[in-house]
Write a protein that binds this ligand. Structure first.
Ligand SMILES: [Zn+2]
Length: 398
């Protein structure tokens, strides 16, 4: 006997064979038991009188609950005023001289109470939830000292405890050298590795770093990754976004769950990632907002056999993107992803980018996290620019 059955729906299980990965089942049914999917298939094959509760989906499409696998959605303030200044002709240098850029987010985040950070992040999280998102990764990285990094992680965890959504946290203390810090990147990377990671390990599910000319070198990043390994935490990497520093290969060497951005990644690095099982996370919101001309090499990624995920990178500086559905469209228009690639990127492959084997597909035994959409075919999720056809959401079978 199942707890619930969802009927009168079309399914995209995201669990199909390589040549039909959406796994479409017209007139399908999903059944749950104890928060897990207990049965998936054609309605005609469903055992009769099988459930305590039957839900008529009215012809909606059911996908696995969507997963936003790369966000920085907890932060103080925002940078709309900077955006306005830049559009009015101010240069990056002028804005930096006035204390703008990432340091304005660091100052605002440090100044905010936990309650204020929670209240600011909540509508951003709820916006994702309203689109059918059931799992969200949230990074720290605007505290840049132990106390404030812990504060950010606690806020992220609390969002997941209070809201009907799974939150997984990532420590990104190696995001930038904090304002006023006198030791430079190497000293700060050591501080993160030796002091912040061991102290924050209990609040983080993973460790991330920003490996870039304007941030941390590959060697400094490796100290951070060694510390993560010692703390028993998997790693992720902001890699090769603005230049090719070999970030993709570095991530692969550490068996990273994912390497993210990858605009400048070289084909060898991409191949190394594929061998290591590292997922490539694409962030078209940043490409769009920064008006980047250099695009990730999708052809090389396909050739390497990489799994591609797609995410908002929701952050106040480079990607104030509050819609994962919009990223489906941007991934297809800017990067020429196929519908299959884009949809796998916010379900099955996004789950892999978080090391979560229990979700991202409609399959017996996985978590019963569902997203329901009023659409005629899955491609509509990639086609519309703005608006949300989401019409239902199930987390853990409820
Ligand atoms: Zn990011």
């Amino acid at each position: 006997m199942f707890d619930r059955v969802w009927l009168n729906a079309h399914l995209a299980t995201m669990d199909g064979p390589a040549d039909a990965p959406l796994g479409q089942i017209p007139d399908g049914a999903v059944a749950s038991k104890d928060g897990r999917i207990a049965w998936v298939g054609r309605r005609a094959d469903l055992p009769p009188d099988a459930a305590a509760e039957v839900i008529d989906c009215g012809g909606a499409w059911i996908l696995p609950g969507l997963i936003d696998c790369h966000t920085h959605l907890v932060f103080g303030g925002n940078r709309a005023a900077e955006f306005e200044q830049r559009l009015a002709g101010a240069t990056y240098e002028q804005i930096a001289r006035e204390g703008g850029g990432i340091f304005s987010s660091v100052r605002a985040t440090r100044a905010a109470s936990e309650e204020a950070l929670y209240e600011a992040a909540l509508p951003r999280l709820q916006g994702l939830m309203a689109e059918g998102v059931t799992t969200v990764e949230i990074k720290s990285g605007y505290g840049l000292d132990l106390e404030n990094e812990l504060k950010m992680l606690r806020v992220a965890r609390r969002l997941g405890e209070k809201q009907a959504v799974q939150v997984t946290t990532t420590l990104l203390a190696a995001h930038a050298v904090p304002p006023g810090y006198e030791g430079g990147t190497s000293a700060f990377a050591r501080h993160v590795a030796w002091y912040i990671i061991p102290a924050a390990a209990g609040l983080a599910n993973a460790v991330d770093a920003f490996c870039e000319k304007i941030a941390f070198s590959p060697e400094e990043t490796s100290w951070v990754f060694d510390a993560a390994r010692n703390a028993g935490l998997p790693v992720k990497l902001h890699a090769d976004q603005l230049s090719d520093l070999g970030g993709a290969a570095l991530a692969a060497r550490y068996g990273a769950l994912s390497a993210d951005h990858l605009e400048y990644a070289n084909p060898e690095g991409l191949r190394a990632m594929a061998e290591a099982g590292t997922v490539a996370v694409l962030l078209p919101g940043a490409t769009y907002f920064l008006r980047e001309k250099k695009l990730p090499d999708i052809a090389a990624m396909r050739e390497a056999g990489l799994r591609l995920a797609l995410s908002t990178d929701m952050n106040p500086g480079s990607s104030p993107a509050r819609s994962l559905l919009l990223m489906l469209n941007l991934g297809c228009t800017l990067f020429r992803l196929t519908v299959e690639e884009a949809l796998l990127g916010v379900t099955r492959h996004a789950a892999a980018a978080l090391g979560m084997a229990d979700r991202g597909v409609l399959r017996a035994g996985t978590r019963c996290d569902l997203a329901l959409f009023r659409i005629g075919r899955p491609a509509e999720l990639c086609y519309w620019i703005g608006g949300s056809p989401a019409c239902g959401r199930v987390v853990n079978g409820r």
